[in-house]
Write a protein that binds this ligand. Structure first.
Ligand code: PRX
Length: 650
């Protein structure tokens, strides 16, 4: 691989930068040499109602225990709202840009305080107590942020479920954390189309009830005003309830290690895991990374295009920016509605300074042609960010040259739901950039590359990415299943957190994430287990077996390739193919739509019955020359059949 072109820090950044290269190096050195002292200092960036005296108490060995600031008390909502009121009560906290370009709203910190306190009281009046789990299934409207903050204010644990998930997926998440309260909306609106959130929620609640978990109350925000089903005594309209509620609600004092939220994410096996994040360390880390990674200055207008249903929305739309008293833009719509210039028009309309998006969106917009971009000014931009999947150098260079006019640094931020915040990233005023590299670790983060046997690789190397010591934003456990937490992340390489990602370190010590090395797909920046798609497929009564792999896709990064064995006597037809795609969408959601379905009478298995995915991946990638050793297969002829069918496919 040829070395990427270096984009050095531009001279004007010397004045703006919060962190320059010398500061980065000095802080990083202290952060790993003396984490106690480093985090003792930076832990003070949030307000504590009871100051902590202990900083770090973490172990990646044995039963794995992670505690930060463990005797401190604080409240996340008070840090994100109340403490800003004196100085910036009238500053805009949230700029909301609706799906329709004519719809927008600006909400000040004082207004947000009023709304969050009222909603907190609604939750309390309806029996939600500290520690209870509240599910949030919402479109991208300010009420989604209020809902999260209201939970945080009273000590309830929120579980936000992405609005694109199906009733089944929502039900599974409600049942897993035994949530008894739901906040949703009548419908969502994206790209001019409605999404039947309340209808999906009603279906999900029926499923959950059948599985023994009954949601007592449902608060419904009126977004579109279209009629929806209603269960008297269970459902209440958000606006009625909030209007009647008192605007006075003291923030609950929470221990630093009290749970803040659960967020479900896919792993390589089985059902999604409830990633649990706690209060103090999470907020310190989200706020600190938001400030330094984006070189956030007071008054900057900041926009992250993620959905609050993903961790990026949690840490970098809501908690990080609001803890820093920023103005955070929340966008309801999609990048190509009404047309492909929507992002750039919003940047000009609201004078956005910091813009954070995903490579998949960039690749799609790049394909639409430069004129959609160049017809806008984008002069307000100071920092561009990328997240969610590896950014290919072509997309990076396009982002840099066309969107940023070769003057705006790009921060390619690598992290995960589990890490709570950004772990490997450039800092705009400190790091010389290379297209496609997430570059260097953030303060306190100690990456290590290991080979398959766990041998530590030094210098320039290619291996599996581990992190050897804890940072405050790290997940604490899998909700309700600590054993699964230990097993998933700390057993492959004992004593280390294993990320599931492959990674290369170059001669300059820069990190290049190469993608997942487990059975997790990254489709348009959405994370998905192949096992989830497989179990959705086999739940169809005409399917006897399924194996799912990823393959390179120009826009999505990875596409979903499914090998499906049908029940005896079932005809493989195009109609059935469509039916199976619809079935998976119903079971999981549109993000899991199979891109290709190949009907395969047999799958390549070892004599002990294990499916050889390596071979399936190669066939899906069109890489027949490299099928490797097939002699251990129970029936090697299966492979020829798969290849010839693949070649016949469009
Ligand atoms: O494979 C990595 C990829 O996304 C995975 C984490 O997905 P999720 O938990 O959904 O969080 C996404 C938002 C943080 C990682 O294991 N990934 C994320 N960011 C990058 C990335 N891969 C390469 N470069 C990135 N900047």
């Amino acid at each position: 691989m040829t070395e990427a072109q270096l984009h050095p820090v531009q001279p004007e950044w010397k004045e703006r930068a919060l962190i320059d290269d010398a500061t980065y190096r000095a802080w990083y050195e202290t952060s790993v040499r003396d984490p106690e002292a480093f985090w003792n200092k930076h832990g003070q960036r949030i307000d504590w109602s009871k100051p902590f005296t202990k900083v770090k108490n973490t172990s990646f060995d044995g039963d794995v225990s992670i505690r930060w600031f463990e005797d401190g008390e604080t409240n996340v909502a008070a840090n994100c709202i109340d403490r800003h009121l004196a100085e910036r009560g009238d500053q805009v906290a949230i700029i909301w840009e609706g799906d329709d370009p004519k719809d927008d709203r600006k909400i000040t910190y004082r207004e947000m305080h009023d709304q969050v306190c009222r909603l907190s009281n609604v939750l309390k009046e309806n029996g939600v107590e500290k520690g209870d789990r509240v599910t949030i299934y919402m479109p991208m409207i300010p009420e989604a942020a209020y809902a999260m903050l209201a939970c945080a204010r009273i000590g309830a644990v929120h579980s936000v479920v992405f609005g694109g998930f199906s009733p089944d997926a929502l039900a599974g998440r409600i049942v897993d954390c035994q949530s008894t309260f739901l906040i949703t909306a009548d419908e969502g609106l994206r790209g001019g189309k409605t999404i039947p959130l309340k209808d999906n929620a009603d279906k999900a609640l029926d499923i959950a009830t059948r599985q023994g978990v009954t949601v007592r109350s449902v608060v419904v925000v009126k977004r579109t005003g279209n009629s929806v089903g209603w269960v008297e005594g269970r459902d209440l309209w958000y606006h009625d309830a909030v209007e009647k509620a008192s605007p006075d609600c003291p923030a609950e004092a929470m221990n630093a290690e009290d749970p803040l939220f659960i967020l479900y994410t896919s792993g390589s096996t089985g059902k999604p895991k409830g990633v649990l994040h706690t209060t103090g360390g999470y907020l310190v880390y989200a706020a600190m990374t938001h400030e330094y990674v984006f070189d956030y200055h007071d008054g900057d207008i900041y926009w992250c295009t993620a959905d609050v249903g993903w961790v990026t929305g949690h840490s970098y739309i809501v908690y990080g920016p609001l803890a820093n008293g920023a103005t955070t833009l929340m966008f309801e719509g999609v990048p190509n509605y009404p047309d492909q210039s929507r992002f750039w028009k919003i940047i000009d309309k609201h004078q956005v300074n910091i813009f954070y998006t995903a490579p998949t969106a960039l690749r799609a917009l790049m394909g639409a042609g430069d004129r959609y971009v160049t017809s806008s000014s984008r002069k307000s931009l100071k920092v561009l960010g990328s997240v969610g999947e590896p950014i290919n150098p072509e997309a990076w260079e396009w982002y840099y040259k066309v969107v940023g006019d070769s003057r705006v640094p790009i921060v390619d931020t690598w992290w995960q739901t589990e890490t709570g915040g950004i772990l490997i990233t450039p800092l705009p005023g400190a790091t010389d950039l290379k297209a496609g590299s997430a570059t260097r670790p953030f303060f306190g983060v100690q990456p290590q590359l290991v080979d398959a046997e766990g041998g530590v690789l030094e210098g320039a190397a290619d291996g599996n990415l581990c992190i050897v010591d804890s940072w405050p934003g790290q997940m604490r456990t899998v909700y309700g299943d600590h054993e699964r937490f230990v097993q998933t992340y700390f057993s492959t390489y004992p004593g280390k957190y294993f990320t599931g990602d492959g990674c290369r370190r170059d001669a300059d010590g820069y990190y290049w994430i190469t993608g997942r090395v487990d059975d997790v797909l990254n489709v348009s920046g959405h994370r998905m287990g192949t096992a989830e798609v497989e179990s959705a497929l086999v739940s169809h009564d005409k399917v006897s077996e399924a194996a799912v792999v990823g393959y390179p896709h120009d826009v999505k990064g990875q596409g979903i390739y499914c090998y499906v064995t049908l029940m005896n006597g079932v005809e493989p037809t195009d109609a059935l193919r469509k039916e199976l795609v619809a079935h998976v969408r119903r079971e999981i959601g549109a993000i899991a739509s199979p891109d290709k379905i190949q009907f395969s009478p047999g799958l390549p298995k070892t004599r002990s019955g294990k499916i050889m995915r390596r071979i399936l991946r190669k066939i899906a990638e069109d890489d027949y020359g490299a099928l490797g050793d097939t002699s251990t297969l129970a029936d090697p002829a299966v492979v020829d059949d798969l290849v010839s069918n693949r070649q016949n496919k469009k």
